[in-house]
Design a protein around this ligand. Structure first.
Ligand SMILES: *Cc1c(COP(=O)(O)O)cnc(C)c1O
Length: 474
């Protein structure tokens, strides 16, 4: 009997006895009657028509990215932008001499972003594209570590002691990675107030010593979308640095705020207008509106990017400095970033972000009006809506049950606990993105109300669901 045989044997038989032709229906093919390779590469070739269908069908199980309400990462690009990406897919961004125009386009993007971040033209700024904010943060962190080390050595400090980095407990996991990979002590400033989940600048300064490589405030806190108060931090740090053995710099992690704030809140000071901000990183694939993965990192002056980190690659008979962890990668994201700058300009970015913000505020009002939730963020900063269950709600179900229910309609909205000190508080968070219209979010609110009604009607007998985080909290 066929069923008694292993899939491998079945594969062999079918491929030997039944040859596909171009008229074979995809779902009448031998290939669609067996499992696809999981552990070992298959022996035979497959018609591209059939292979395409079978492999792309696997994607359906990922869910629809447009219904993924928990990611910051871009899930829609216009047709022409996609075409630019397809056209440039075969370029290699690191091959500066083979693809000089990709290099030129990257430089234009660096200049545009540096100016959005108010570089001082009397200084000599440096910047590069990266795979995402993670690589950009690593580079910012490495530059701070190398610069600290040089100064610490010349002052004769004990180099056996671990240097430290100061960040609020609302940090994104990349900072933990950075500290582990580079052997640095992560000094966490606990967030002190549930209504203000940001870095306390006074506490951050109190943690500084001669071994501090830098402080990392966040513009667009991953958990809540809030902004750290960098103006106060900068002021306090100026005073601290006057008498410090080793001055402490600021690297701003602006993964989500970096390409949002310059359009939406240009008067807010968080960037190179502040003296102690030496470097800034952002994700092009968040509010830069590009598909993943691209990021950017800038230093206000080359003084802050130690030379040991710079490598030279051939470029038009000369050499071009590079300072990335990665080597080869497609230039397509760089071209896409440039396309978007050209296509939209300042007004276009502002129009997209302003609409996104409106939708966020609308969503927050809708959720608040249900009277069941404590609003932690109502979309007024980065358009993130974040809420916890109100103590008054008195329900048998929790946010994890609600997340499960919403899945029935395809919506992906995670529930997860807040970081240190507030771990007993679970929240739900929606990151509103460019491709979410008022219409879509009104549909979501309808489904949300329905899900709540359904949960209210369920007799809960099973144990309460888990309180461990589900999904990413990026
Ligand atoms: C998303 C995020 C990161 C990581 O960025 P990737 O582009 O996903 O690598 C780092 N920091 C913050 C604050 C973020 O929101």
């Amino acid at each position: 009997m066929l069923h008694a045989k292993s899939h491998h044997q079945r594969d062999e038989e079918k491929f030997v006895f039944k040859a596909d032709t171009s008229s074979t229906p995809i779902f009448g093919s031998a290939e669609s009657d067996v499992l696809l390779p999981r552990e070992r590469i298959g022996q035979k070739m497959m018609d591209p028509r059939i292979a395409y269908q079978l492999v792309s069908d696997e994607m359906m199980h990922d869910g629809n990215p447009r219904y993924n309400l928990c990611t910051f990462v871009q899930t829609y690009m216009e047709e022409e932008a996609q075409k630019i990406m397809r056209d440039s897919m075969a370029t290699n961004a690191i091959d500066k001499s083979e693809y000089p125009q990709t290099t030129e386009i990257e430089k234009r993007c660096v200049n545009i972003i540096a100016n959005l971040w108010n570089v001082n033209h009397e200084e000599d700024f440096m910047g590069t594209s990266t795979v995402g904010s993670s690589e950009a943060c690593m580079l910012g962190g490495m530059a701070m570590k190398f610069r600290w080390r040089k100064r610490a050595q010349s002052l004769g400090l004990d180099m056996g002691k671990k240097p430290n980095l100061i960040v609020s407990s609302g940090y994104q996991v990349v900072w933990e990675k950075f500290c582990v990979y580079w052997d640095i002590e992560l000094r966490e400033v606990p967030m002190s107030d549930l209504n203000n989940l940001t870095l306390d600048p006074h506490k951050a300064i109190a943690l500084c010593d001669a071994y501090t490589i830098g402080i990392v405030p966040i513009m667009g806190i991953t958990y809540t979308g809030g902004f750290d108060d960098i103006v106060t931090l900068d002021r306090l740090l100026s005073a601290y640095n006057q008498s410090a053995k080793i001055s402490v710099p600021i690297h701003v992690d602006a993964a989500s705020g970096g390409l949002y704030l310059p359009f939406m809140n240009p008067d807010l000071k968080w960037d190179f207008r502040l003296k102690n901000v030496v470097s800034i990183s952002t994700s092009g694939h968040k509010y830069g509106l590009i598909y993943p993965g691209i990021g950017w990192v800038m230093w206000r002056d080359k003084e802050f990017l130690p030379e040991e980190l710079i490598f030279k690659v051939a470029y038009l008979g000369d050499f071009e400095p590079t300072f990335q962890i990665n080597f080869s990668r497609s230039g397509s994201q760089i071209w896409a970033q440039y396309y978007c700058f050209v296509r939209w300009g300042f007004e276009g970015y502002k129009a997209v972000h302003a609409k996104t913000r409106d939708v966020g505020l609308f969503l927050a009002r809708g959720i608040k009006s249900l009277g069941l939730f404590e609003m932690i963020n109502e979309g007024e900063n980065i358009p993130i809506v974040c809420w916890s269950m109100s103590a008054r709600a008195d329900k048998k179900w929790d946010l994890y049950d609600l997340a499960d229910r919403l899945r029935f309609n395809g919506w992906q909205v995670p529930a997860y606990p807040l970081p240190a000190k507030f771990q007993n508080v679970s929240v739900m968070r929606i990151v509103v993105r460019a491709d979410q219209s008022m219409e879509q979010m009104s549909l979501f609110l309808k489904d949300l109300k329905h899900a709540i009604k359904e949960l209210d009607n369920i007799q809960f007998e099973r144990p309460k669901s888990q309180t461990t985080p589900v999904g990413y909290t990026h």
